[in-house]
Design a binder for this molecule. Structure first.
Ligand code: MN
Ligand code: MN
Length: 470
């Protein structure tokens, strides 16, 4: 008997002292799992209709207007419960719901990005070679180039014609649409290709998109396939070849979001980094029916995948200017608001992949279905390129999530010195805002088909909602 008591004592002590990992698959009630599945139906629709930053921005504005959000007017006076948005050049969006507390107490920000890795057309993209028509591309963001050939691709974007008329392009998404493709070498002839290092298995200049093969038949001159393609494009969009110069055309996977697994527990789709956080951050602010305690702000930004540069990325001043302008409408100094603000940088983390476990450190990795990931630091080579959230702020977020029954876990982007990466967190923290990364674990991140777990997506929504409600 004495021995058994001893054993119980150890078990009791372990229960009391050891860290407990939560598992949404085991701990969520049937009805919560149903709620998560239901929530993800809306998310999957968002994925299918928002494959580019422009589409995500446009759709998010429509969703926001339905909930009573109005364009921000810096000459107006705002009061609690007012819902406003700022559309930054059709590619980035800030939404806010004015809180009960005075603005000088700071705002609560959830910041996600709506750009994703893809193949952008070059400015002079169209050519013909040996009877086949192609577009030249320059890839955008961190891709494994070998993953992009032999996939159905759709073309999304805008073209500004010589007279500045805007033409919107979206082709490859309807079942009746044609799609496009990057070709790959047959294995029979790949002996030399296989000798290339993996990063060069497909080279950047080999990511050429096949777009046609029928020539213009009226005469026997050269470039007749190109001519025929240009004729089709002219008939369809009214453009000439020169108009590609003032275009932004993005090639993205043409397939739709799908359930993954016999149990349908996961989602496979293009662009989940970072729409899997953008959608929860958006729907969390849209769900606020009355004024939150502190002013709530959701940012859906562009350009994260290429280092947050440019005036639609978060290294630009657009967030700062918005906060300054908003502060001014209350007669408050902008920096007073920034310094008192808090931010959840809503971006994905790497989900532990048992098939490729080597670069992960098991104790500090994030796992699918174990909840939203709280990442204190990202970066690489000795925490370079991260904001490294303070213990004080981690403590605050930890208590907030626990209080609101959010299943969450910690995460680190792989083993020390295995690689690394960053998010927008450091650029927001640089504005003197307490910031921490909170997002969803993803398998096959940056691949054309990324994987998330539905319970984690729902927990991200619950986390951002709790953050806004206080
Ligand atoms: Mn991301
Ligand atoms: Mn990314």
């Amino acid at each position: 008997m004495a021995k058994k008591e001893k054993k119980n004592e150890a078990a009791d002590l372990k229960e009391k002292l050891f860290m407990k990992r939560k598992d949404a698959g085991l701990e969520l009630s049937e009805s919560d799992i149903e709620k998560a599945d239901k929530y993800c139906e809306g998310y999957m629709e968002y994925l299918d209709t928002c494959k580019t930053e422009r589409e995500a921005c446009e759709r998010s504005v429509i969703m926001a207007e339905k909930q009573g959000f109005k364009p921000f007017d810096k000459n107006r006076k705002y009061s609690e419960g007012d819902k406003i948005y700022l559309n930054n050049r059709g590619k980035a969006l800030i939404l806010a719901v004015i809180g009960k507390e005075p603005i000088e107490k700071g705002v609560n920000i959830a910041a996600a990005h709506i750009d994703s890795p893809r193949l952008d057309l070059k400015q002079n993209p169209l050519y013909e070679s040996e009877g086949l028509g192609y577009f030249k591309t320059h890839y955008y963001g961190g891709i494994k180039k070998y993953q992009w050939p032999a996939l159905p691709l759709a073309l999304h974007g805008v073209i500004y014609k010589a007279d500045d008329e805007k033409v919107e392009v979206k082709i490859g998404e309807d079942d009746s649409d044609p799609v496009f493709v990057v070709t790959d070498l047959l294995p029979h002839l790949a002996e030399e290709q296989y000798k290339r290092p993996a990063g060069k298995l497909i080279k950047g200049e080999e990511l050429n998109i096949l777009i046609g093969s029928r020539p213009f038949r009226e005469d026997k001159a050269s470039e007749n396939v190109k001519l025929n393609l240009m004729l089709i494009l002219n008939e369809k969009y009214g453009i000439t070849e020169e108009d590609f110069i003032s275009a932004e055309l993005e090639c993205v996977p043409a397939f739709k979001a799908k359930d993954i697994g016999f149990d349908r527990s996961m989602i496979g789709a293009y662009g989940q980094d970072d729409r899997v956080c953008a959608y929860p951050a958006l729907t969390a602010i849209l769900s606020l029916k009355s004024a939150p305690e502190r002013t709530a702000v959701t940012i859906l930004t562009d350009k994260e995948e290429i280092g947050s540069e440019g005036n639609t990325g978060l290294r630009s001043a657009y967030l700062k200017y918005f906060i300054y302008d908003l502060a001014e409408t209350f007669g408050v100094k902008g920096h007073t608001v920034l310094s008192a603000s808090k931010c959840l940088s809503a971006d994905v983390n790497a989900g532990f992949d048992p098939t490729f476990s080597a670069p992960y450190e098991k104790m500090n990795s994030a796992y699918l279905n174990k909840g939203v990931v709280v990442t204190k630091y990202t970066g690489s080579r000795g925490k370079s390129g991260t904001n490294d959230a303070s213990a004080e702020f981690v403590s605050e977020i930890r208590r907030l999530l626990d209080k609101n029954d959010v299943i969450w876990q910690t995460g680190e982007l792989g083993m020390v010195d295995a690689g690394g990466g960053g998010t927008v967190a450091m650029y927001i923290a640089n504005l003197d805002i307490d910031t921490i990364d909170v997002g969803v674990p993803v398998l096959s991140m940056h691949a054309p088909f990324e994987i998330t777990a539905k319970t984690d997506v729902y927990m991200a929504y619950k986390a951002f909602r709790a953050f806004f409600k206080g």
